[in-house]
Design a protein around this ligand. Structure first.
Ligand code: ISE
Length: 332
């Protein structure tokens, strides 16, 4: 391996470009050596942000050219499994944007292919957000007593017109499906999904918002409002209710303005700004781990567990019933 970790980035859409810029401008010890993207316009846009990189139409071509030491996957979820299996066979440390795969069976195949080698990390970047990490520590220390409830909000300003209602779960709620058990230290055992009154500003046919209720093994209950047509900005956070106090995260912060008889603070426009530091920290730590051949964050098994809960949440949405989550056992 060369002195700098040579990263291949698969996918030069919005998220891929964001990661290419991050690695090229802000991450020490690594560079983007390969932009793996079949669309020539996107590929050229990605390569323009990564001086010295080469463009490949697929991962096999990049591997044939010995062009990378590690892989970052930022293509849509349905294409993850095949890339992951190829990367595992090539023993490439891989950071894969969420979800690991859209279905639990695919995620299990990835876990089995990995066979305990700890090569695959899932891009649940919230685990690297300072406020979430702080909240987890507070829950663990129990200074305000035991955690009882979590009220989570996940609000987007808008989503593309091609969104279908399932995507509120597979694309958005999946983050809480990962972060809630991580915060509370206990797995989700049952899910219910309710449909409040529909937001008329949502794209046609989209059943937005939803309210998901997670029951955790330790008795904690978490409710999550997923609301993706809120117009005003991007707001993600949680209020943790303890026996003797509360902690609230995700509040808009920064300079306060006093203007025209109003006081205001800017709201982040999208997840790119809201989680910019978390993405940086995630990739920075992954680069160090990948250079040593491993991961430092959510594993393929965490991705599989999230996929199992996602399927339960989809069933709860489709049936209107409370759905028990099958328990999954971590491989030895
Ligand atoms: C988007 O795909 C993300 O992953 C964001 O983190 C999430 O908050 C948003 O709702 C999704 O659409």
């Amino acid at each position: 391996m060369s002195a700098e970790l040579r990263i291949g980035v698969a996918g030069a859409g919005a998220m891929g470009i964001d990661h290419i810029e991050r690695i090229s401008q802000r991450i020490a010890g690594a560079r983007v050596s390969a932009v793996i993207e079949p669309d020539p316009v996107r590929a050229a846009a990605g390569a323009a942000k990564a001086p010295g990189s080469a463009v490949y139409p697929d991962l096999a071509a990049a591997l044939d050219d010995d062009a990378l030491d590690a892989l970052l996957i930022a293509v849509p979820g349905p294409f993850h499994e095949q890339l992951l299996i190829t990367a595992i066979q090539a023993k490439l440390p891989t950071l894969c944007e969420k979800p690991l795969t859209p279905d639990a069976a695919g995620s299990l195949r990835v876990v089995e292919a990995e066979n305990g080698q700890a090569l695959v990390q899932v891009g649940f970047m919230r685990r690297f957000d300072r406020e979430y990490a702080y909240l987890r520590e507070q829950i663990q220390h129990g200074q305000q007593g035991d955690l009882l409830l979590l009220h989570c909000v996940h609000r987007n300003p808008a989503v593309p017109d091609n969104w279908i209602t399932d995507m509120l779960i597979t694309d958005s709620l999946v983050h809480e499906i990962d972060i809630v058990p991580w915060l509370a230290g206990s797995p989700i055992t049952a899910v219910t999904v309710l449909n409040p009154r529909r937001n008329s500003l949502a794209p046609e046919g989209l059943g937005d918002p939803i309210l998901a209720v997670f029951e955790l093994d330790n008795g904690v209950i978490a409710d999550v409002e997923v609301n993706v047509s809120m117009q005003f900005g991007y707001q993600v956070g949680a209020e943790a209710v303890f026996e003797a106090g509360l902690i609230k995260t995700g509040e808009a912060s920064g300079p306060r303005h006093w203007e025209n008889r109003k006081v205001w603070v800017a709201q982040t426009p999208s997840f790119v700004e809201r989680f910019a530091d978390a993405y940086d920290e995630e990739v920075r730590r992954w680069v160090i781990a990948a250079a040593a051949g491993g991961i430092d964050g959510p594993s393929a098994f965490d991705g599989y567990r999230a996929a199992v809960v996602t399927e339960a949440a989809l069933e709860a949405l489709h049936t209107g019933r409370r759905v028990q989550v099958p328990s999954v056992v971590a491989p030895a």
